[in-house]
Design a protein around this ligand. Sequence first.
Ligand code: NAD
Length: 245
Amino acid sequence: MDLSGKVAIITGSARGIGKEIALRLAEAGATVVVSDVADAEPAAEEIRKMGHQSLAVAADVTSASDVAGMVEKVTAEYGRIDILVNNAGIARDQLLMRMSEEDWDAVLNVNLKSVFLCTRAVLRQMVKQRWGRIVSISSIVGIVGNPGQANYASSKAGIIGFTKTIAREVGSRGITVNAIAPGFIVSKMTEQLGEEQKSEMLKRIPLGFLGTPRDVAETVAFLSSEEARYITGQVLGVDGGLGGL
Ligand SMILES: NC(=O)c1ccc[n+]([C@@H]2O[C@H](COP(=O)([O-])OP(=O)(O)OC[C@H]3O[C@@H](n4cnc5c(N)ncnc54)[C@H](O)[C@@H]3O)[C@@H](O)[C@H]2O)c1
């Protein structure tokens, strides 16, 4: 997959899955914009050390003015935006009866409103180019639900409805819009689980092992490529078969 000449913005890419996506797209030759609320510079610097162009942008994706500022900065610097990866996300878990309005709003704003704001902000440029790739990170939880995650599951299910709708709105402009639904991915959270919880989790995964941020990043690279030009409005599970059961 060759992404040379392409400019990619990845939200929430200072660390975790977003950072892995940033590194993978850079490996494929893309110029990568590392966007995060803070601390975006170290990841951008790592990419520059790999010999690729990279720009760090501080932006809160829940803020329309931050998002507009980010898009202006990127178009001023590179003159184009080819790929947007909506990755920034948070969780504030609580059973519904105890869930505060604040935790509901925070999760919906960071995980879903951000996808609306960022996608809307890059579309003008992509329409002008008649080429674009939007990839949003949903979750298996948005498909099957999970106790204690009503806010998170709703935000991730919302991404799926958004993806399918915008795919229909912009398909004629050469822009594809897809979502990825990761299952259990190795992260700080999964590292903290006890042995018993881990083996329970593994029993439910047909492939028998946890995914890595790299597994998600490879899928983003594919959906961002020319090779994926006939795929739009899809939700691709990266879950070791978990979602298929
Ligand atoms: N880790 C998993 O197992 C898993 C599974 C399914 C889906 N996901 C999704 O993948 C994405 C990345 O998850 P992760 O595990 O790497 O999480 P993480 O917490 O390691 O990284 C999330 C990033 O988003 C950034 N962020 C948070 N709020 C922001 C805001 N308002 N504006 C800009 N950036 C903001 C954070 O600073 C951080 O860098 C999330 O959307 C998450 O819901 C993760």
